[in-house]
Design a protein around this ligand. Structure first.
Ligand SMILES: [Zn+2]
Length: 337
C-alpha cells in the first residue's frame, strides 16, 4: 500500500489531499494586521475572535480555523486569576485556586457555559459555522486536564503530586476532565467541526511514563468516552516513550512535536489504533526563526513519515513570519504522494 492509502482522514473524507493547518494556538501578529482584528480584543469580543480565527483560512489558506488563541480559558472559567496579556503576550494564569477539598471544585463547573469567556467562544463558534468555507474545518481548543490541574494547584505541586500523591492527582484530574468534556461538547453542539485539548505538562519529560499510564491515561480515556467527536489531543515533548499508551486513549488524532524520536514509528503505532497523527514542524527553530527553505525541508520530512495532517508541532509564536507559515501550504501543494 502507498502512503496515501494508509493515511487516516480525520474529517470523514472531507479532504482529498493531506490537509494543512494548526491544531495549536495561532495568535500571529501579521494575521492581526491583515484581518484588522487584534488581540487582546480578539480574546474577548466575538466579532474580533471570529475575524482573527477566519484569517488563518482567508490569508494563509490553512484548512483549519483554530480558536481561541490562548490556553487559559478553562482555568479562567474555573475561577483562576488570569493576566490577560497584550497583543503579543497571550493570557496566562497567575494565581492558583484556593480550596480545601478537591470535591469542592466540582461546583466551579456549575453553569460552566456562562463562565469567563466561554459565552463569547460559543457565540464565535456559531458565527464561524455560518462563515466558514467548504475548504476548512473549525477547531475549538482548550487546555487539557493536566495543564488545567497545573493552573489550579500550581506546577510545582502538580509535579510533586505526580510522584507522592497520585490519588489526589487522580481526583483533581477527574474534575479537570469534566471541564474539558463540558467545554468541548458545548463547542461541538454550537457547530464546531472538532475540539482539541492541549496538554504541555503531560509530556514524558515532566510526568514520568508510569504516572502517565496510571493517572493521565484513564483521564484521557474518560474524556474521549464522554466527548462528542471528533476530539483531538495536542501533547508537548518527546512522546515516543508513551506512544503505545497514547494510541489507546481514544482520540481521533494526536498533534505531536518535532521532538518525537522516530516519527515514522509513531505514525505506525498510532495508525494501528486508527489514530491520526498531526504535526510536527518546529514552531520555534523552523517556523519562527528558520527560512522558507528550512520550513520546506522539515514539512517534507513530516509528509514523508506518513503524517495525516501537516501542522506546526506546537503553538505558534506571535512574531512568526507569515511567509514561513505559507510555506507549509506551498510544500503540501507541491508534494506528490
Ligand atoms: Zn506542544
Amino acid at each position: 500500500m502507498n502512503k496515501k492509502q494508509n493515511r487516516i482522514n480525520l474529517f470523514k473524507n472531507k479532504f482529498s489531499r493531506i490537509p494543512v493547518g494548526t491544531f495549536t494556538t495561532a495568535p500571529v501578529l501579521e494575521l492581526m494586521e491583515l484581518s484588522g482584528a487584534y488581540r487582546p480584543k480578539a480574546d474577548f469580543s466575538c466579532d474580533e475572535m471570529v475575524k482573527l480565527a477566519m484569517a488563518q483560512n482567508e490569508y494563509l489558506d490553512f484548512e483549519t480555523v483554530r480558536y481561541p488563541f490562548d490556553m487559559a480559558v478553562l482555568a479562567e472559567a474555573m475561577g483562576c486569576k488570569v493576566d490577560f496579556g497584550s497583543m503579543d503576550r497571550t493570557p496566562s494564569v497567575i494565581e492558583p485556586l484556593v480550596f480545601d477539598e478537591i470535591d469542592e471544585l466540582y461546583s466551579n463547573l456549575d453553569n460552566f457555559e456562562s463562565k469567563g469567556r466561554i459565552p463569547t467562544i460559543l457565540d464565535a463558534t456559531t458565527k464561524i459555522k455560518s462563515q466558514i468555507k467548504d475548504d476548512a474545518v473549525s477547531i475549538a481548543g482548550c487546555e487539557g486536564p493536566v495543564d488545567l490541574a497545573a493552573s489550579i494547584i500550581g506546577l510545582k505541586k502538580l509535579l510533586l503530586w505526580t510522584l507522592k500523591e497520585p490519588e489526589s492527582l487522580g481526583k483533581l484530574l477527574d474534575v479537570c476532565s469534566e471541564a474539558c468534556i463540558t467545554f468541548s461538547n458545548l463547542c461541538l453542539d454550537h457547530g464546531a467541526d472538532s475540539a482539541c485539548i492541549a496538554d504541555a505538562i503531560a509530556s514524558p519529560q515532566l510526568v514520568p511514563p508510569n504516572s502517565f499510564k496510571d493517572v493521565v491515561m484513564p483521564t484521557y480515556k474518560k474524556i474521549t468516552s464522554k466527548s462528542k467527536r471528533p476530539i483531538f489531543l495536542h501533547i508537548c515533548g518527546n512522546v515516543s516513550p508513551i506512544k503505545e499508551e497514547l494510541s489507546q486513549c481514544g482520540f481521533n488524532g494526536i498533534s505531536v512535536e518535532e521532538s518525537v524520536d522516530d516519527l515514522r514509528e509513531l505514525v505506525e503505532t498510532f495508525h494501528k489504533n486508527e489514530v491520526g497523527v498531526i504535526g510536527n514542524v518546529s514552531p520555534v527553530t523552523t517556523l519562527y526563526s528558520g527560512t522558507v527553505d528550512d520550513v520546506t525541508t522539515e514539512a517534507k520530512r513530516s509528509l514523508d513519515s506518513g503524517i495525516d495532517f501537516l501542522a506546526p508541532g506546537c503553538g505558534i509564536a506571535p512574531q512568526t513570519p507569515l511567509k514561513n507559515l505559507a510555506a507549509l501550504v506551498e510544500t503540501r501543494n507541491k508534494y506528490e504522494e
